[in-house]
Design a protein around this ligand. Structure first.
Ligand code: MN
Length: 492
């Protein structure tokens, strides 16, 4: 049994390779549709993707532009000259007999991803490089035969290779999450994890703390969720520590992750590294980019997560609400612009903070769990702004504000909010004179006599009873804070 004490003697080291499917219309070297989701097998394949003799690939310029955007998100510089290489191996899902990729001169140079952690740390994960390449097809195995589907062959990818700068499973998960945010905010990918738009290969090793060399690593391939990145890293670390504690050696190999069993298992040994006989691809000219081209593309990019974090933390928001907003932006992209609403009123920081908190605490939970909610029916910013003004003027209690929002948020047309709230009796009376009259009546009422006496004797709890009486008499419209203040002025 491996105890926490034993684990604490070792350090985990993780490097991640991530394949990101680029959001192009067509494939990397052919005009075939890049969206293979729910398509019947081998229906979105061109002769180029089949690797038929005589075919000539033509590089998709849009993929290059997206790689340039990815480079900015990774804080990397872009190579002025990059090239494609052929990586040879035989496999039925690779009809050309080689993968077109970039080995010697990748398009995206070294960079860094700043990964914010819940405990307040920021883990800097260096990026070794990222390269453009095509995906292979897919094999499906049945009993004694297998079928090939080439719909994904030629799908444009960038592979982002990190340095081994990650030292815990939660850091690995946070890094994967942050990469996802970067690539989706930069609009490099559609980010459909279910359909494999981002896949993570996690290289894990364990070594005694303070050791000068890294341990032998095992690679867990093709993880497609952040949770599985975390679980696989944790599982591998424990497995390797157990081997090392027995005095045995970790084998360098590729392992698969079984999500049902929550285990990794050996797939193939890497002891005899394959010779891929890399050679420059003679069919595709080098990609030559000028500084002007690169900066023109990078100038035209949406705000990245780091910039949003800065804006939101300046409003006084903490880690969790900020991350909730960033996630929800992705979750409801194209339906509600959660972050843009905040930015639209940023000139008034108090209001912007109110809108941000309202989105975190009220809007997002409704979007996520209220199945009756008709999304996108109304101008949420207009509604939240009206609620902000009414709350700020003490005309709306927080309880009534929530009720009001839910009633109006999925109407086809937004009525005048204050008029609606007044008609529904949600507006509270904050007119001191009007409340004072009720307060005097309540205090004079024999029902209140005992409470008044107790309050005079220092029993502060009974003030709740008196405020309750005032609320009742005012039909729920009195501002309770004001009522309490008036009672205290009268009973000292
Ligand atoms: Mn690759």
């Amino acid at each position: 049994m491996i105890t926490d004490e034993i684990l604490a003697k070792y350090e985990m080291t993780v490097g991640v390779e991530c394949h990101v499917q680029l959001a192009t219309d067509t494939k990397l070297f052919s005009g075939a549709d890049n969206d293979a989701r729910d398509k019947s097998p081998n229906s979105v394949v061109s002769p180029i993707d089949y690797g038929l003799p005589g075919m000539l690939p033509v590089l998709n310029r849009r993929a290059v532009d997206l790689a340039i955007k990815a480079g900015k998100a990774l804080n990397s510089s872009i190579a002025h000259i990059s090239r494609f290489d052929r990586k040879h191996y035989f496999y039925p899902d690779l009809p050309k007999g080689y993968q077109t990729t970039q080995l010697h001169q990748p398009i995206i140079c070294s960079g860094v991803v700043h990964v914010p952690m819940e405990d307040g740390r920021v883990v800097d994960v260096r990026i070794h490089h990222a390269h453009l390449e095509e995906d292979a097809g897919k094999l499906t195995h049945f009993g004694d035969y297998s079928l090939v589907d080439l719909n994904r062959a030629g799908t444009p990818l960038i592979e982002i290779v990190s340095e081994p700068d990650i030292h815990s499973a939660i850091e690995a998960k946070s890094y994967a999450t942050e990469l996802y945010r970067l690539m989706t905010y930069a609009e490099v990918t559609f980010g459909d994890l279910y359909h494999g738009n981002m896949r993570f290969d996690v290289n894990v090793s364990a070594a005694l703390k303070g050791a000068t060399t890294l341990g032998t690593r095992a690679e867990v391939k093709n993880l497609n969720s952040f949770k599985s990145v975390e679980r696989a890293a944790e599982y591998e670390f424990r497995r390797q520590v157990e081997i090392l504690e027995k005095g045995e050696k970790v084998v360098q190999e590729t392992r698969g992750w079984d999500d049902n069993k929550q285990k990794t298992s050996s797939q193939r040994s890497k002891e005899n590294a394959q010779d891929y006989r890399y050679m420059p691809d003679a069919d595709i000219p080098p990609i030559v980019l000028t500084d002007d081209e690169i900066s023109a593309i990078q100038a035209d990019m949406p705000r990245l997560p780091g910039e949003w974090r800065q804006i939101l933390s300046q409003l006084g928001l903490d880690y969790l609400p900020i991350e909730t907003l960033l996630d929800a932006e992705n979750e409801f992209r194209g339906k509600i612009n959660i972050l843009q609403m905040i930015e639209d009123v940023i000139a008034d920081p108090k209001k912007a903070k109110f809108i941000a908190n309202w989105n975190v605490n009220i809007l997002i939970p409704i979007l996520r769990s209220d199945i009756d909610f008709k999304i996108g029916q109304t101008d949420y910013l207009a509604l939240e702004s009206a609620i902000y003004e009414l709350s700020d003027a003490n005309k709306l209690s927080s309880t009534n504000a929530k009720i009001l929002f839910r009633e109006l948020a999925d109407l086809d047309e937004l009525p005048d909010v204050e008029t609606y709230a007044t008609e529904k009796g949600y507006i509270q009376v904050s007119d001191e004179g009007a409340i004072a009259t009720i307060v005097d009546e309540v205090l004079a009422d024999p029902i209140s006599a005992k409470a008044v006496e107790d309050l005079k004797n220092g029993n502060d709890k009974v003030i709740g009873f008196l405020v309750g009486q005032i609320m009742k008499k005012s039909g729920g419209k009195a501002n309770p804070t004001l009522a309490q203040k008036l009672i205290r002025e009268r009973i000292k």
